[in-house]
Design a protein around this ligand. Structure first.
Ligand SMILES: *[C@@H]1O[C@H](CO)[C@@H](O)[C@H](O)[C@H]1NC(C)=O
Ligand SMILES: *[C@@H]1O[C@H](CO)[C@@H](O)[C@H](O)[C@H]1NC(C)=O
Ligand SMILES: *[C@@H]1O[C@H](CO)[C@@H](O)[C@H](O)[C@H]1NC(C)=O
Length: 551
């Protein structure tokens, strides 16, 4: 029996314990702002002195830590639980091959605490033994537009911006894509070495003011803030116009054959200049969206490549030049265009010259117009098993039918990101790089007025930036799926299901990201092995990342 004195000591211990856990990095909550538009979610406001933070908490053995964001306004809301054990094992759960027979087998053991139908109960089973691709990472793009907006903030707000994207208090991005010279998200169209004309030796190659004062500083601060290596992928939109058949930055134009080697050298010169600035280029793509310069519609920086032209250039020029340069380990990622175009381009390259396929390390994928299912990526992985698949560009709002370029506070756009990332990861994609890290409230600047949305919008005159639901959508993956994680198999065990993807982290924890797109809640059971499971309720229109320590 506890005496008064014991209770006193207990109280003191409890107080001390809570103080200790308070001191241990309490997360700063989202400073939520209602955007005042019917049907929209909230945004989280950051300024020079405040920005919400999120620390990843290590689950103790036999427990899990869960992070929830939702249309209703939760943002990385943390909760914890223990792995439960089901004493009865009917033996029906030991193989994923006979899953059809087991579809209903879990229902007998559900508590009927809630009125549940087969439509709101979801059961999945995780198999850590079936391990697919190794994750490279997640990130966003340092375009001129992103860097210009970021630079308009005060020093304190700039620091908060970098930390919220890259640091251990933020969503821990470990990938960046950067345009080689200008893209449409620049204030003007430019390239390196525009003069003298026909300068095949690239004697006047020089980085732009944008590189020196905007992009390089932003990249270097991001790398300094990040706990992991931030890997850089670079892409050219258009070369100097004297290399192009139409001698214009936009429109229907391909590379003049006499400059095939010069354009390969142009890439090496860029890698050299960034290397002098102490930024290592991890990968280059074979030019942004080659289709843009072979359809006469596009109003921004482009260079067209037919599949056979691209095959010829990679096999004869880009491949040998990179491998023979001082940066031979630079990855070459082919195509860098929409999902539905990839098989046509790769087949055409292969037919033109099989060495083009030998030279490439991977395939770069864009997000727009996903008319064909993501399973096309698994087919590519089977056809080219030694190549990585990397998603290199995504944004909401670019299509002619997107009436709103920026849809502030949109949960719908976050939901589409989450669905797409899950589908890509479940089809052998190793990483996912978003487009502009931030834009202004109109979705620019963009010299071609090709405005789109971004996860962060900068309101420079108020010295603040707002983090949209898309920011948290990215964070549910980037923060909790470290580089080196392996995608593992998740089997559906109920009629109802929810979109999900699961990984095994390098330290051996299971991380599952699960999305409920429905307007009502779901009861979810995740079985981690034959007898053990976790069970929770999933809020309407929500996403959860759950890190499970199964030891
Ligand atoms: C910065 O944000 C915090 C939290 O929302 C707020 O209390 C503070 O007033 C803001 N500072 C400025 C200068 O607006
Ligand atoms: C080299 O490029 C700069 C612009 O970066 C230009 O002003 C200059 O005229 C060029 N030099 C020659 C010799 O063409
Ligand atoms: C690589 O460089 C060496 C020396 O610079 C040259 O002799 C060789 O032909 C080059 N190989 C290719 C494939 O370009």
């Amino acid at each position: 029996m506890a005496t008064i004195r014991d209770i006193g000591i207990l109280t003191i211990l409890t107080v001390l314990f809570s103080l200790a856990s308070l001191g241990r990095s309490e997360d700063l909550p989202c400073a939520a702002r209602d955007v005042g538009i019917e049907g929209r979610s909230i945004v989280c406001v950051c300024n020079a002195t405040y920005c919400d933070t999120i620390s990843r908490e290590e689950p103790a053995p036999g427990t899990y830590v869960m992070y929830t964001s939702s249309n209703a306004g939760q943002r990385f809301e943390k909760s914890k639980g223990v792995i439960e054990t089901e004493p009865i094992d009917d033996g029906s759960d030991d193989s994923y091959f006979d899953s059809k027979d087991n579809l209903y087998s879990d229902y007998g053991s559900y508590s009927d605490e809630f009125e549940e139908t087969i439509w709101n109960r979801v059961t999945v089973r995780i198999y850590t033994i079936i391990r697919n691709q190794i994750i490279e990472g997640f990130g966003g793009s340092v375009t001129d537009a992103a860097a210009i907006n970021w630079r308009k903030l005060s020093d304190g707000a700039q620091t908060n911006f970098i930390n919220t994207y890259f640091s251990a208090e933020g969503i821990e991005y470990n990938m960046i894509r950067v345009p080689i010279a200008g893209a449409d998200f620049s204030t003007h169209a430019y390239t390196y070495n525009e003069l003298p004309w026909n300068d095949a030796a690239l004697s006047n190659f020089s980085l732009s003011e944008e590189d020196l004062f905007l992009k390089l500083p932003m990249i270097k601060l991001s790398q300094a803030a990040a706990p992991a290596e931030v890997k850089i992928t670079a892409s050219t939109w258009s070369p100097p116009i004297w290399m192009k058949t139409n001698e214009r930055i936009t429109g229907f134009g391909q590379l003049k054959p006499e400059f095939y080697q010069t354009y390969a050298d142009y890439h090496v010169r860029f890698i050299e200049e960034y290397s002098k600035a102490e930024v290592r280029i991890w990968a280059i793509t074979t030019t942004n969206e080659p289709i843009n310069g072979i359809v006469p519609l596009v109003n921004f920086n482009s260079l067209g490549w037919t599949p056979s032209q691209l095959g010829r250039w990679v096999a004869n020029n880009l491949g040998p030049t990179i491998r023979n340069s001082s940066f031979p380990e630079t990855l070459i990622l082919a195509v860098d265009d929409q999902r539905y175009l990839l098989p046509i381009w790769l087949k055409g390259m292969e037919r033109e010259d099989p060495r083009s396929i030998e030279y490439i390390d991977g395939i770069a994928i864009h997000y727009y117009g996903n008319f064909v299912p993501a399973s096309i990526l698994s087919q590519l992985q089977q056809r080219y098993p030694n190549k990585i698949l990397l998603s290199t560009e995504a944004c909401e709002g670019p299509m002619p039918w997107d009436l709103l370029k920026v849809e502030i506070g949109s949960w719908r756009r976050a939901r589409r990101y989450i669905t797409s990332i899950m589908q890509d990861l479940n089809n052998f994609v190793v990483g996912w790089i978003d487009w502009n890290l931030c834009l202004d409230p109109e979705g620019g600047p963009n010299w071609a007025e090709n405005f789109v949305d971004a996860p962060v919008l900068v309101f420079a005159e108020d010295d603040e930036f707002v983090k949209q639901p898309m920011f948290y959508a990215m964070g549910h993956f980037s923060k909790f799926i470290p580089r080196g994680s392996r995608i593992i198999f998740v089997e559906r065990r109920s009629l109802a299901t929810l979109e999900n993807v699961a990984v095994l982290t390098p330290q051996g924890n299971i991380v599952i990201v699960i999305q409920n797109r429905n307007r009502n809640e779901r009861s979810v059971r995740i079985r981690v092995d034959r007898t053990r499971f976790i069970q929770f309720r999933m809020e309407p229109e929500s996403v959860k990342t759950i890190e499970i320590n199964q030891n």
